[in-house]
Design a protein around this ligand. Structure first.
Ligand SMILES: Cc1ncc(COP(=O)(O)O)c(C=O)c1O
Length: 376
């Protein structure tokens, strides 16, 4: 089974953001959509729902139960039914947790560079963003986090695990240290684990709630990234054993905004898609090696150090000496990446490349990068 095998002609029929934002001659390796067909069991579950005319409101705990079963089987993480509750999409769930655990005027720490909506959700709702840079190797800077947490205005830390865009997979020691720092300073730890299933073979993803020190944390997640289900809005809140009361303090609509078909699709993915996502991880790891080799051979000025998490590659183009690498590659090379400046004001010379694509698409993209640099 090869998952990233859809043809370009098939993909260009899509009506989603990835395929429609740019002209048809642009190779799109930007927004985090995957070039995969729908998992057959997801399609079957949706077909059956539509055959029943089952397009009402969601009911029950199937989605939460499917997550608990996946977490137990994959990571040995045992959760009680009371620890998991469904919600709207992941960013909506993040917003609800921050609304419940912080107040207007508070500061919320994020680790920069990070997924752009983290900046929006921490600044757009009468809170303010407190960015703390990752280390140059993309790891959590515990000293810098400690000094940010020491500010009494800081009441929450929104962490991305695994980290988008760098692909960093946080270790048990790092998560323990972060959780201890949060406890010491009375800071609410909120962790977005939407990329949890997407780690290279041989790398261990550490769920936050498997860390004893992190039992006051709130985690938000969904099957949306790993099974390419962004079209189906449905997320989950998961709380540690010492954060049980948190679910009761969420805004009233927090649990009411799950789409019924979303919950059905995500449930089917979690129940039936574990082998499928394993194969995705194998192919993504190969794509990371392919990208590294191609850049080394064709665009040696672009620096890329593959990391084991996510299907995203974070590439430093500083040495290419371009005003705006992302714009240059789009305008001259006709290949679309995500601009680094969207992830951090200090990363205008970086681009994020989406590797959830076929090897031939990735090859074409790097060849276009190289060709764009040869032009006068
Ligand atoms: C870290 C992270 N969180 C959340 C999302 C979006 O999730 P949702 O569509 O469920 O809000 C993404 C999408 O790329 C993401 O990378």
């Amino acid at each position: 089974m090869t998952i990233f095998s859809l043809t370009e002609a098939e993909l260009r029929q899509r009506r989603s953001m990835k395929w429609c934002t740019f002209d048809a001659d642009v190779v799109p390796l930007w927004v985090a959509e995957m070039d995969t067909a729908v998992l057959p069991e997801v399609r079957r579950s949706l077909d059956e729902a539509l055959d029943r005319g089952d397009t009402g409101y969601p009911y029950g705990t199937d989605y939460a139960d499917a997550y608990r079963a996946s977490a137990a089987a994959r990571w040995g993480l045992e959760l009680t039914p009371g620890q998991v509750q469904r919600g709207g999409d992941v960013m909506n769930a993040v917003l609800c947790v921050l609304e419940a655990t912080t107040k207007p005027g508070d500061g919320i720490v994020i680790t920069s560079p990070v997924y752009p909506p983290f900046w929006q959700v921490t600044s757009g709702y009468r809170r303010h963003t407190v960015p703390v840079a990752l280390t140059p190797a993309g790891r959590l800077d515990l000293e810098a986090l400690a000094s940010a947490f020491a500010d009494p205005e800081v009441t929450a830390f929104l962490l991305c695990s695994p980290h988008n865009p760098t692909g960093t997979v946080h270790t048990v020691d790092e998560l323990t240290a972060v959780a201890e720092l949060c406890a010491e300073h009375g800071v609410q730890l909120v962790v977005d684990e939407i990329h949890a299933w997407l780690v290279d073979p041989g790398t261990e993803f550490v769920p936050t709630l498997s860390v004893p020190a992190a039992q006051r944390a709130a985690v938000v997640t969904s099957a949306g990234k790993s099974w390419n289900l962004a079209a189906f809005k449905a997320g989950l809140y998961i709380v540690g054993t010492e954060a049980g009361g948190l679910l009761r303090t969420l805004p009233p609509l927090a649990a009411g905004s799950t789409g019924h078909l979303g919950a059905i699709a995500h449930t089917a993915a979690l129940r039936h898609g574990q082998d499928w996502v394993d194969q995705v991880c194998v192919e993504i790891a190969e794509n990371k090696r392919l990208l590294a080799d191609l850049l080394h051979a064709l665009v040696p000025g672009a620096r890329y150090q593959p990391q084991p998490g996510t299907y995203l590659a974070w590439v430093d183009c500083t040495a290419l000496d371009l005003d705006d690498p992302c714009r240059h590659f789009l305008d001259v090379g006709r290949v679309a990446f995500s601009p680094g400046r969207n992830f951090s004001p200090d990363h205008g010379q970086w681009v994020r490349i989406n590797l959830a694509a076929s090897p031939s698409m990735i090859t074409q993209a790097v060849e276009r990068m190289a060709a764009s640099l040869r032009r006068p």
